[in-house]
Unconditional design. Structure first.
Length: 67
């Protein structure tokens, strides 16, 4: 479980710019050691595989915001 996404693949197209490295890291070598990787920080649901590892982000929203 990490706050930042473990791959740039989790980012939305509009996030793929010079700031991408500030909100995402490349942990491909570590990902392969897990069956599932859960992360936050981005504000859109993501669910995909990197090899045999499932990458999931399921944002809930801010505590005071209406969901």
């Amino acid at each position: 479980i990490t706050h930042y996404s473990p791959l740039h693949q989790s980012l939305l197209p509009e996030m793929l710019d010079a700031l991408a490295k500030r909100i995402s890291v490349d942990l491909r070598d570590l990902i392969e050691t897990s069956n599932i990787w859960v992360h936050g920080h981005i504000h859109k649901k993501q669910d995909y595989f990197c090899g045999k590892t499932r990458i999931v982000c399921n944002p809930r929203g801010y505590s005071r915001a209406e969901v």
